[in-house]
Design a protein around this ligand. Structure first.
Ligand code: PLP
Length: 389
């Protein structure tokens, strides 16, 4: 979907002022499950909301424009979006999956593999030998999460796309951590972009949703048909709320990532912190790549406490502004312990292989004042140092 408008303009205004019934500035919410036919065989654009719905279609159109795709399919969760891409595969097809992806994604791939719906190979995508061995299996699909959850590893999307094309594989990129405001995988050769719209796109922690944006029209048609067949399309109300969130996506991302950068710098200097994983830090192994392929470093980071799980317990009990909760991408700041929360579905062995230690904490940085958030972490970590002393 090509457009000459700046992405900020698309986010703020796509569909605004388009109501032909009353001239409503904000696009109406169409909750109706069904639509009248214009007489015998007179199907209009919409007939039944599982198949297509004006409110959901407007969100899909907006996301497709923001990602530079041919179209989008809006579904009921980020997991449904990942699974929708998997629906393109046959039982003999191999899919390369990052070993350190979101725990739920890993569980989905492992379960589909166990049921012989596909063949999943979990690979450290930063390990050249492991990646070469996986590509030798002639995959049909390569799944990438960049930045990865929770270690913020960066994958070279253009290089992965070239490699995938060389063996006839499709490339799907879960770009949830950055949103189209900060990364557009299709421009780097991806065939599909996956979003948990639950996160930055909605941005207010009040909708669970997902979307797949496809580079090619024929893929949009196939994905939309499957979403209708299995009935995973999102509710119009959720789509309406998500589009309302998209209106402020750019300023939210800009502010939140600026604060995240300041927090990362603060944590990197703190004696209780062993390591900080934030692509915006020059010390991060993916810093140069992130600078080249992203428009910003995002507002997610993780850090390791020297005191292990005991220190984790103290910090999550001491923070006053950060909320101890899963999920990310909302206006409020969250702190999570991947081992016991977001990545609990992985076995201890799988977590060890992925580098997710017990002392790791993940932050989703929101819109609160930078000084308040740093002050909150400062007092929580200060307590920790006194306790250790
Ligand atoms: N992809 C990533 C990177 C995620 O972090 C998540 C959820 O945390 C998902 C997908 C799944 O999204 P949802 O919770 O909307 O199903």
């Amino acid at each position: 979907m090509t457009t000459n408008k700046a992405p900020e303009t698309i986010a703020a205004s796509n569909g605004i002022g388009s109501d032909t019934a009353f001239g409503a500035v904000t696009p109406p919410l169409y909750l109706s499950t069904t639509f009248t036919f214009d007489g015998f065989e007179g199907k209009r654009r919409f007939d039944y909301s599982r198949t297509d719905n004006p409110s959901r279609a407007l969100l899909a159109e907006t996301l497709a424009k923001l990602e530079g795709g041919a179209g989008a399919v809006v579904v009921s969760s980020g997991m449904a979006a990942v699974d929708l891409v998997l629906s393109l595969l046959r039982p003999d097809d191999t899919v390369i999956v990052p070993h350190d992806c979101y725990g739920g994604t890993r569980r989905l791939l492992a379960e589909r593999h166990a049921r012989s719906h596909l063949r999943a190979i979990f690979v450290d995508q930063g390990d050249e030998a492991a990646l070469a061995a996986a590509f030798a299996e002639k995959p049909a699909l390569v799944l990438v999460e960049s930045p990865s959850n929770p270690l913020m590893r960066i994958v070279d999307l253009a290089a992965m796309s070239r490699r995938a094309k060389a063996v006839g594989a499709r490339l799907a990129v879960d770009s949830t951590f950055l949103s189209p405001a900060l990364q557009q995988p299709i421009a780097h050769g991806a065939d599909f972009v996956i979003h948990s719209t639950t996160k930055y796109l909605n941005g207010h922690s009040d909708v669970v949703g997902g979307a797949v944006i496809a580079a090619r029209e024929e893929d949009v048609v196939e994905l939309a048909a499957w979403a209708n067949i299995v009935g995973v399309t999102s509710s119009p109300f959720d789509a309406h709320l998500t589009l309302r969130g998209v209106r402020t996506l750019f300023p939210r991302m800009e502010r939140q990532q600026a604060t995240a950068g300041a927090i990362a710098a603060f944590l990197a200097r703190h004696p209780a912190v062993a390591a900080v994983h934030y692509p915006g830090l020059p010390s991060h192994p993916g810093h140069a790549l992130a600078r080249a392929q992203q428009k910003g470093f995002g507002a997610m980071l993780s850090f390791e406490l020297r005191g292990g799980v005991g220190a984790v317990r103290r910090v999550v009990g001491a923070v006053r502004i950060f909320n101890l909760a899963e999920s990310l991408g909302g206006v409020e700041s969250l702190i999570a312990h991947p081992t016991t929360m977001t990545h609990a579905a992985m076995t201890p062995e799988e977590r060890r292989e992925a580098g997710i230690g017990e002392g790791l904490l993940r932050l989703s940085v929101g819109l609160e004042a930078e000084a308040d958030l740093i002050g909150d972490l400062d007092q929580a970590l200060d307590g920790l140092e006194r306790a250790a002393a």
